[in-house]
Design a protein around this ligand. Structure first.
Ligand code: PDD
Length: 279
């Protein structure tokens, strides 16, 4: 992690970045965030991330407007062109004079950004185990909210079961992972649940859909019943920091032959080539 971070208009060493305890992010989780990868110093699908950020801000009624160029100017000094990194951006409603659930007036949002190295996730190559769990989250999963307690409990439950990810189930259908989107190959077709308030509209997910469509991989956005997932020949979870991770065991049963499948291999190559082409 770079030692320099950004907080409310200033750059400073991480150790000097402090927020008051009355900040609503601390008291209520009243804020939103983004995780934006950067390869060789170039922010990946940057405009898409800012569109999603603006949607999250609008959904939580937090008034903060910056252009793509203004955000870029804030992040650029944090980046190191020699590394694969990601920007973590967090915006809270700010620091009110007292703890009160209603939104405070005339409060300046807190804006924090830091940059960390993306370390290749080992499970990308070997595949990982996953477990299905009840999706206990709220009804606005399309908002990238900092209030992540339900996600944390679900991820930890998966880790406790020696799994890398929880695959979440709502009313008999899978939604996404605790911190990832979900893809499955069923009857030779790549399927991912459609965007809705039940999932985060992942940027990696969008890129995969575009690459599949452009390269003749049969692909559709459709609901996936949990029973159908159990018969999938491939399952993947996707995110900005882990990219595409094949799931080779679900609920203790092998997925297909229990190793990363051919559609994963092809799509992963396409994703790596696409990243290279932009960097
Ligand atoms: N999380 N769904 C959830 C619930 C997520 O938290 C994430 C990513 C994704 C994938 O979105 P994207 O492809 O844009 O990274 C889907 C990030 C990485 C995090 O919380 O650290």
């Amino acid at each position: 992690m770079s030692d320099t971070v950004y907080l409310n208009g200033e750059y400073m060493p991480l150790a000097d970045a402090k927020i008051p305890v009355l900040d609503r992010g601390f008291l209520f989780g009243d804020g939103v965030y983004e995780v934006i990868p950067a390869y060789a110093g170039r922010l990946f699908r940057f405009e898409d991330h800012i569109v999603r950020l603006n949607n999250s801000l609008r959904e939580i009624r937090l008034d903060l407007h910056k252009t793509v160029a203004e955000w870029q100017a804030i992040f650029q000094p944090l980046l190191d062109s020699g590394k694969d990194e990601y920007i973590y951006l967090q915006i809270t409603r700010g620091c009110a004079p007292k703890r009160d659930h209603g939104f405070p007036e005339h409060v300046v949002p807190t804006v924090f950004a830091m940059c960390s190295e993306i370390k290749p996730f080992p499970g990308r190559v070997t595949g990982v185990k996953a477990v299905t769990l009840d999706d206990t989250r709220w009804q606005k999963c399309h908002v990238k909210a900092t209030a992540l307690l339900a996600h944390l409990l679900l991820r930890q439950e998966a880790l406790d079961q020696d799994c890398a990810e929880a695959i979440l189930v709502r009313n008999g259908y899978v939604t996404e992972g605790a911190a990832s989107n979900l893809f499955a190959v069923i009857d030779d077709e790549l399927i991912t649940p459609p965007n809705s308030n039940e999932i985060l509209p992942g940027i990696t997910r969008d890129v995969i859909l575009e690459l599949a469509a452009a390269n003749g991989i049969a692909c559709k956005e459709d609901v996936i019943a949990v029973e159908a997932l159990k018969n999938a020949s491939e399952i993947w979870v996707t995110s900005s920091t882990r990219e595409i991770v094949p799931v080779i065991e679900l609920d203790g049963q092998l997925v297909g032959p229990g190793k990363p499948g051919p559609v994963f291999q092809k799509t992963d190559q396409l994703l790596q080539a696409y990243k290279q082409s932009l960097a």
